[in-house]
Design a protein around this ligand. Structure first.
Ligand code: G6P
Length: 357
């Protein structure tokens, strides 16, 4: 109802705005005496496994792609992220001691439930990371962890996405045996997310200027930023009804560059220092062919000519790039949909939770 939205025109904007608060809620819930605290049974079960299989759909799958990096780099466990509808019928070789992690906002996605049925038949251990603790997936898997985002009403997922990533970050740190600076880093992240949210007017201007009238848009990035382009593209396409593709920047020259026309927007996500220069060269290549390049870049890698400058992330904290990128990619989608006079919260043909295969 309109009352629940308060002063907001759409739930999506309200839910984007809640992401700093959700971050603080996660810190309060998951930290004890400054250290990440997760049920010891979950930690032991994961430590006994030789490989993690993250299974999810849609935005939750994208959160799983980002989470994979933390399980590998922090916890040192080989991790694969799979699309549920694919895994159900076209499975990879499964390791000797697998552990399955389902990520699902609703906990009711049929594609993921189908995989859980298989996992249980094989007696493999499983955990569901979800926003709904009395859902089918949380009830039927061995373990469950809440993402504590609060009800998400808009069809396009926003706060659940960042909360799913952060819950995986906390879990990975707990497996690794604590991470004494993580609480402070997440607290700083909450402040940074709020600063980004408060800067939304700038994002609206960029959406109005470059995206509202474009019929195709490309997102490029490398490393964790490449994963982030997939969610950026999904968000923008699902509520703007324009064609949007997100992919690893190095692949541009292997095909998509032929689609660049005068004023085609190409948005570069840049938060990984090792690869920043390469992504910038790729943006220049598109500009040479008439594209309008837009940069979304962390402050430590930015120049004064960049378009959207995110808070700085240095050293290991570069891994948080996709979390900071979530706010502008969500706001760009929101304002593009708004500028095209669409029903932001109810995109055609889509459902909040898909309970059919
Ligand atoms: C639907 C929603 C998406 C969501 C996906 C997976 O397609 O529109 O926003 O990411 O389902 O849903 P889940 O509840 O499993 O995260």
């Amino acid at each position: 109802t309109a009352a629940d939205k308060g002063a907001y025109p759409f739930f999506m904007l309200k839910e984007i705005d809640e992401q700093a608060i959700v971050t603080r809620t996660l810190i309060e819930h998951y930290f004890v005496n400054g250290l990440p605290h997760i049920n010891e049974k979950i930690i032991q079960a994961i430590k006994q496994s030789d490989r993690l299989y993250i299974v999810a759909a849609g935005t939750s799958y994208h959160a799983g792609l980002i989470g994979r990096r933390f399980f590998e780099k922090w916890a040192g466990i080989p991790t694969e992220t799979h699309i549920a509808s694919e895994f159900a019928y076209d499975r990879p070789i499964i390791s000797k001691k697998p552990f399955f992690i389902f990520i699902s906002q609703s906990g009711e996605t049929a594609d993921s439930i189908q995989v859980l049925d298989f996992v249980q038949k094989e007696s493999y251990p499983s955990l569901t990371i979800s926003n709904v603790m009395n859902s089918t997936l949380t009830r039927e898997s061995d373990f469950a962890l809440p993402i504590l985002a609060g009800p998400e009403i808009a069809v396009a997922s926003t706060k659940a996405y960042t909360a799913q990533i952060m819950t995986q970050v906390i879990l990975a740190a707990a497996i690794a045996g604590g991470h004494s600076e993580l609480q402070e880093e997440l607290s700083r992240l909450a402040i940074d997310l709020q600063a980004e949210i408060d800067g939304k007017e700038k994002i609206k201007q960029i959406a109005d200027k470059y995206l509202v009238n474009a019929n195709r848009t490309f997102y490029i990035g490398r490393g964790a930023d490449a994963d982030s382009t997939l969610e950026a593209a999904l968000k923008l396409k699902e509520i703007s009804y324009t064609l949007v593709e997100g992919f690893a920047a190095g692949e541009l020259k292997h095909g998509t560059i032929s689609l660049i026309e005068q004023a085609t927007p190409v948005i570069g996500l840049i938060s990984q220092s090792k690869m920043a220069g390469l992504t910038r060269s790729n943006l220049e290549e598109t500009m040479a062919r008439g594209a309008k390049a837009v940069t979304i870049v962390t402050k430590n890698l930015a120049t004064k000519d960049d378009d959207i400058i995110l808070p700085a992330l240095t050293g290991e904290m570069e891994m948080f790039g996709p979390i900071l990128e979530a706010i502008p990619i969500q706001l760009l989608a929101y304002y593009t949909s708004l500028g095209r006079n669409l029903d932001v919260d109810h995109p055609r043909n889509l459902a909040k939770s898909v309970t059919v295969q």
